[in-house]
Design a protein around this ligand. Sequence first.
Ligand SMILES: *Cc1c(COP(=O)(O)O)cnc(C)c1O
Length: 456
Amino acid sequence: MTSAEISKNLFASTTTLVDYSELKKVDDTTEAVLEKFLDDLKNDVDISRLPHEQAHAEIFEALKQRVDKISNETCDPGEENSFFVCDLGEIERLYKNWKVELPRVQPFYAVKCNPDMKIINKLASLGANFDCASKLEIDKVLTSGVHPDRIIYANPCKAASFIRYAANNNVLKSTFDNVEELHKIKKFHPNSELFLRIATDDSTAQCRLSTKYGCEMERVDSLLACIKELGLNLVGVSFHVGSGASDFSSLYKATRDARIVFDKAANDYGLPPLKTLDVGGGFQLESFKEASAVLRLALEEYFPISSNVDIIAEPGRYLVASAFTLAANVIAKRKLNEVESMIYVNDGVYGNMNCILFDHQEPTPRTLWHNENFHYDDFGSTSSQPIDSCPYKVSMWGPTCDGLDCITKEHYMKHDLVVGDWLYFPNLGAYTSSAATPFNGFDQTADIIYINSNEI
Ligand SMILES: *Cc1c(COP(=O)(O)O)cnc(C)c1O
């Protein structure tokens, strides 16, 4: 069966559903069908990952140049601080890969994920638009010369003063999920182009968002009625399936639910036809092939090209995670026995690895420099499981005095790390530097060395 047939068989009867409890009942079947779809996809297509390997030589060169200049014996306080290498070439490859997989979907980069100015400029020059959640994020994007039309203020619960600020700066697009927000918008920004954010099933996501935001399908009517009553300009529907989402059926179901809202707005409330669907974020490089395939299937079914609906998205993590590599210095060691030790490095959960706490990431430490030698290319220098080639068991800790500041409780290294060694952590571009704190006197605004690796 083709994907279109699969969905037709299953959903033929659901498009006319208005009873939301009925909708929930068909979800189990949806999941089964999508599972099969993804299985077929694995057999059908070569799900090769985006080749970002070619940048390794350049990333290593940047790390090496910096580390070569630092001597633990003589350096000034903080010279050996952790630092990032950011590969702007990787961001370009990721953006282009997005356009290949989802040509219909215009990305609005979620600035909160990594608000670095060079990234904003790079993405702006590539043609990306922006998702901002605060005054400061809007300022940053406007400063880089981006037209306010290219910004969506995608925070459903905004301070009145920020709404006025958006109005004064001609940022029209924004999201809402409650009646009170609509009253504020009516008062302070009545020309807003509004997206109704619906809740999704994000139970398997790394970071759930629908516990905080999104209107349940059962409550959509009250919002549509309020839009109608206040004479506001509803232009579309938005959702977010949760950051680090791994259950792609939630994307499918949310797209279906959005279709129901589109139809309801026109048929039950006589509102002008909605123009734009915002499919949110939640994408990651590791599963982008699968997620984009499911999204294409859902769009084909519920928002085909012939529907003339524009599709936008708010990717954060996908566009930046793999573009950043963090290097950190081993500042102390407590040896427990011949093969076990506690390793203290100069970055941690209060710094650029706050993603461990806030985002449930598990950064992978690899040996960069040990015993007067570089080991960048030795990807086998580390293991989360005990294996013969990595005999040294470590727990790894950040520099603050808080016991919570633990990078990993148990990890296995090939090298018996010593004070002065350097480690590096790949894939640390998303939700890292954006939430680093100076807690305990450790300034964790790490230097960033930018490189621009060649295109594929
Ligand atoms: C955080 C967030 C995003 C980005 O999510 P990712 O998982 O990083 O893609 C997009 N939209 C909204 C509204 C968000 O809160």
